[in-house]
Design a binder for this molecule. Sequence first.
Ligand code: MG
Length: 493
Amino acid sequence: MKILTQLKKYSAELVDLHHTLALMQWDQEVRMPRRAAEGRAGQFATLSALVHRREVAPELGVLLVKAEAQKTSLSVEDRALLRVMRRSYDQNTKLPEEFVAEFSRLTSQAQMAWLEAREQSEFAIFQPLLERLVVMARQQAEYLGYAAHPYDALLDLYEEGLTTVQVEGMFAELQVPLVALVKRFSGRLPPLAFAEPFSQTGQEQFAEHLLVAMGFDFTRGCLTRSAHPFTTTLGHHDRRITNRYAPKSLDFIFGALHEGGHALYEQGIAEGLAHSHLDDGVSLGIHESQSRFWENVLGRSRPFWQRFFPELQQAFPAQFAHTGLEDFVRGINAVTPGLIRVDADELTYNLHVLIRFEIEKGLIEGSLEVAALPRVWREKYRQYLGVEVESDAVGVLQDIHWAHGSFGYFPTYTIGNLASAQIWEAYKKYDPGFCQTLADGNLAKVKEWLAREIHAHGSVYLPQELLVRVTGAPLSVGPFLAYLEEKFSALAG
Ligand code: MG
């Protein structure tokens, strides 16, 4: 059999195994009974160890070397497959099997502890597991290796090549202008408040309606409920979204648009890349650019709601009969420094990320103890956002990421926000009549452009390379700050 055929077969097998793990994860967060937690943790440990064994098998190493010898004769896609598999092989061979199994078992237990800790607002329940997770994350960084800072090794897992110094530089450019914008627009756009609760069924139906309008294909995906909304892939034709529903909040709308943006990226990957390592978004930052594009750039814009607000009014007359379009659009963009990252407006959001970045960096370099987190969290929220953290549930326990063992993930949210504004500039050049396009509800036009320019390529191009291809420039903070300035000035009148 040809080397490349063998490599593709190997890729398909690993992808199958990862999708099986993803199914177990989806089940754990959506359907699994609580007392199944320990058994599931054991299943994760067993399967992860077996998958890891396949990922580090010497035969794969040999295949990669042989394929690399033929590199110059390969197509762009095949060279990309080789690059992605090489990167994954190198990362995996650095991690001992016992470490992978133990890390998997620990994160599974930690997620259950985190859920309970958050419910009871009691950091002490999560603390011992988080302490062990930090020790393991630091160990992971040592195994993976890094040039300047141990946190670099973890950042690179989510955004290839990203370094601590780059993230510090990005926030150094963002922080002062963001704080100034927050000061200018805080309290100037009246938030929406609802006396009447939204019915759960009504929320689900409207979320589904928006997803259909975006072009989410329900024959290749589904929508269910979970504590923390997410999107996952269980196969080329199986991209799943979860959402959450609160009685008096619009989370159901923005959660659906956000996760829908992630899912459209995945559903848009070319058929030719199916069942391979390339059948995936290229990085978390680019992935987040797609979710934020739909949630914020489109989903909090006036033209978008010109089309959908009448339908929202019709679906929920008790809540919206006496609200006008202008008040609604101002309301969904209200700038209010708050406690919860996922509820944050576009001006304060990246300050929430900055806090997590500083904490993670401290934990990984060893300058910050886990025991100090609730106190440090309170101090930073007071300092950067001017808010008092009333309890750990709405403070240090709000995010699931650390329970997943994910350190180095948060900065990709800010990268996504910056990239979404840069991609929007490129879209507006392509479609100067974008206001009318949105007001007409012609979301297919936007989706098709995104699919052609970004989605179809899966992981073929490196994230920076893709961004340059689409927007003509590498990632920078300028377009994002310009977008915020223009948008909020117009809204505040
Ligand atoms: Mg996201």
